[in-house]
Design a protein around this ligand. Structure first.
Ligand code: PAF
Length: 293
């Protein structure tokens, strides 16, 4: 029944082209709405939903992008097998009150082979940058493109990818992009495993060992809480915990200054303790950030 009092049900829009999403965002901007943006590669989980929730609390129009960005995958990485449950992702976005989804094709985003790259020096090199040398260049470049397309007031990233968050914050500052970056806490499974789209790759045995990452970080936190300040000692204890698993190969364990991402020998100030391990079917990362007296 039509009534002057009935409220039109909000319909989530799905844009596949740059022109379409620009029009949707322009309409929202014209209505003076604050634009929140959550960039994703899909395969949405509770971590992504926490970003959407935050965006909805702080903004009146929330855009989620779903784009598996080829330029951030190395030649032997999982670009082709990366999960793409598009219909489920759309349902989740709708259920969580997203206003518009931007889901472009690779041709839409990269019609020609890219000649322009955004390289955030120094911050892209340590930690994951060592084994994924072109990864952060791909992430920074696609985020710069997405920010230029959507022109959000605020973009939301997860602390799970701590190095990515540091790279993006620095890019936005260095290039005077007129927007804010909000970094939201890691969302974990009940056993401590950080939520990640790549957890889907783990078989039962690997999944059973995966919480060791967080267990090793908790051990580090405990040691620091008890007064330990020697990074080498803390890393050694973390290694012992990870080595309980026969399935994990440690890529790195690092204790770094949270802003510069430079290794520190004595733990003090704002520190990031980060690690990556290779399991037979997935590479997993995790971290904690601590303020140490
Ligand atoms: O964190 C991710 O899912 C991706 O790296 C991002 C930020 C969407 C860029 O492709």
């Amino acid at each position: 029944v039509n009534s002057v009092f009935s409220v039109a049900k909000k319909v989530m829009k799905i844009a596949k082209t740059i022109d379409e999403i620009r029009m949707l965002v322009a309409d929202a901007g014209m209505a003076d709405k604050k634009i929140g943006f959550v960039p994703t590669m899909g395969a949405l989980h509770a971590g992504h939903l926490s970003l959407i929730k935050k965006a909805k609390q702080q903004c009146e129009f929330v855009v989620v992008s779903i784009f598996v960005n080829p330029t951030q995958f190395g030649p032997n990485e999982d670009l082709n097998k990366y999960p793409r449950p598009f219909d489920d992702d759309i349902k989740l976005c709708r259920k969580n009150g997203v206003d518009a989804v931007f889901a472009p094709s690779a041709e839409e985003m990269y019609p020609d082979k890219n000649l322009t790259w955004v390289n955030v020096e120094k911050l892209s090199e340590p930690l994951c940058g060592k084994s994924r040398p072109t990864h952060f260049r791909g992430v920074a470049t696609v985020c710069a493109k997405l920010f230029n397309i959507i022109q959000p007031d605020v973009a939301y990233f997860g602390q799970k990818d701590a190095q990515q968050a540091a790279v993006i914050k620095r890019m936005v500052a260095d290039l005077n992009m007129p927007m804010r970056i909000v970094v939201c806490p890691i969302v974990r499974e009940p056993d401590g495993l950080a939520m990640s789209s790549r957890n889907k790759y783990l078989d039962a045995e690997q999944r059973k060992d995966a919480p060791l990452l967080y267990a090793s970080l908790q051990e580090a936190q405990l040691l620091i809480g008890g007064g330990q300040r020697k990074s080498a000692f803390i890393k050694e204890q973390m290694k012992k915990i990870l080595n309980i698993s026969k399935l994990m190969e440690i890529d790195y364990i690092s204790i770094v200054n949270a802003d510069t991402l430079e290794e520190i020998e004595e733990v003090s100030g704002r520190v990031l303790i980060a690690l990556a391990v290779k399991m037979p079917s997935a590479r997993l990362i995790d971290n904690i950030m601590l303020d140490v007296e």
